[in-house]
Design a protein around this ligand. Structure first.
Ligand SMILES: Cc1cc2nc3c(=O)[nH]c(=O)nc-3n(C[C@H](O)[C@H](O)[C@H](O)COP(=O)(O)OP(=O)(O)OC[C@H]3O[C@@H](n4cnc5c(N)ncnc54)[C@H](O)[C@@H]3O)c2cc1C
Length: 381
């Protein structure tokens, strides 16, 4: 290969790619980042105003060190950008005491010595009265260090800080192909071919268009915000009234959400749409939210969070690029020294984005990551 245009290209500057760009630039790497849209756009998996952060990750015990490191890095990124990107609000995981949410969270916290409180049903009723329909076999785990991150602002901050550190950024530039060649990779856009020694592909829901062999399904996920049915109750859904939560119901489905500053509405979702999620083409036009999207959620609210309007006040469509085991894809497929993949977020990746960015930078620079990563390796199947 003739002399490269940059040492490293990062394709996709969403949550994972923007964080990788920042950590690579902070490590002094000659890096260029490309995204088909502008940083903080609303077409991928990183829009909707908030993402919930917690360290007691029930999704996999080895995610806890990644979450702890990510929280430090979110603060560091906020300091570098002069913005408060992480807002600690406290968070609660509610459900049957032996169900996967409460028991899984307690197990993750115990294994890593995290500071959490375990509540019985009476304590949940007293502390969080908006959560209704609790039975005595329910309980909760309270994590005071949980909170919210503003995804669009965080991505813009990561890209801006990376650019300040010397990264070159091409937004509004779609990558049409990534080709691995002797000594490096070619990154093809409509107008150019960029030659780099290593390429990071962090294209979110579009990963399969660039690397079709990865085991990913792209699922359509509606996000909804609800107001109180009774206008007199407006203001009742502040962050202290309904802090960040995941709530497992007796039918095994999970609600997630949180109140907002001012308390005028609740952001709410039903994980997996109660088992009714469908695949979507990220370039298709399936972005209109209809009653069919929110009815499985609304059916469950009467009992769990009564008093809300029967239809959302706002809604949007987002995507989960889902792997078979719901863990991320992070590493070098086939051990290839020219390629790192960061994606397959499976709906729980934002909180970890800064830690993932650091792992990417470690892999690119030939350093051993400081957190466990084997369970996310793209070849684990
Ligand atoms: C509704 C919803 C709620 C969620 N809630 C939470 C939560 O509370 N907590 C949590 O931790 N996680 C949550 N997640 C998951 C989290 O948002 C994702 O893990 C994270 O946003 C994934 O980031 P990403 O970088 O992989 O994808 P994206 O942020 O979508 O980035 C991919 C980028 O690649 C770019 N791109 C794609 N193809 C190309 C190309 N060919 N050329 C150039 N650029 C390209 C895209 O434009 C995009 O900017 C949620 C997800 C959804 C959908």
């Amino acid at each position: 290969m003739r002399s490269p245009d940059a040492d490293v290209a990062v394709v996709g500057l969403g949550a994972f790619g923007a964080a990788a760009l920042w950590r690579l630039a902070a490590a002094g790497v000659d890096v260029v980042g490309l995204d088909r849209f502008a940083p903080g756009h609303g077409f991928g998996s990183s829009h909707g105003g908030t993402r919930m952060f917690r360290t007691a990750c029930l999704e996999h015990p080895d995610l806890v060190p990644l979450a702890l490191r990510s929280r430090q890095l979110w603060r560091e990124l906020g300091d570098a950008a002069g913005e408060r990107l992480f807002e600690p609000t406290g968070g609660v995981l509610i459900g049957p005491r032996h169900g996967h949410v409460v028991a899984g969270t307690i197990a993750a916290a115990a294994r890593h010595g995290l500071d959490v409180e375990v509540w019985d049903a009476a304590t949940v009723r007293a502390r969080l009265p908006r959560h209704a329909g609790l039975c005595d076999h329910h309980g909760a785990v309270w994590e005071a260090g949980a909170g919210l991150i503003a995804p669009e602002a965080a991505i813009r901050a990561a890209v801006a800080v990376a650019a300040r550190l010397g990264a070159r950024v091409h937004s509004g530039t779609r990558v049409d192909g990534v080709e691995l060649v002797a000594g490096g990779a070619l990154v093809r856009t409509a107008d150019d071919v960029l030659r780099v020694r290593q390429v990071v592909v962090a294209a979110g829901a579009w990963l399969p268009t660039l690397l079709p062999d990865l085991p990913l399904r792209v699922l359509r996920v509606p996000i909804t915000w609800f107001r109180a049915a009774d206008p007199a109750a407006t203001g009742a859904y502040g962050l202290a009234d309904v802090p960040v939560f995941i709530r497992e119901l007796d039918d095994g489905t999970c609600l997630w959400g949180h109140g907002v500053h001012g308390g005028d509405e609740l952001k709410l979702g039903l994980e997996d749409r109660g088992g009714l999620m469908r695949e979507m083409d990220p370039d298709g036009d399936d972005r209109r939210v209809t009653p069919d999207d929110w009815s499985p959620l609304v059916r469950r609210l009467d009992r769990a969070l009564p008093g809300l309007a029967a239809a959302p006040s706002r809604a949007a469509v987002c995507m989960y690029p889902m792997t078979p085991d719901r863990q991320f894809l992070l590493g070098r497929p086939g051990g290839d020294p020219r390629l790192v993949v960061a994606g397959g977020d499976s709906g729980h990746g934002f909180k970890h984005a800064t830690g993932i960015g650091e792992v990417v930078s470690d892999l690119i620079c030939g350093r051993t990551p400081q957190v466990p990563v084997a369970f996310m390796h793209p070849d684990r199947w």
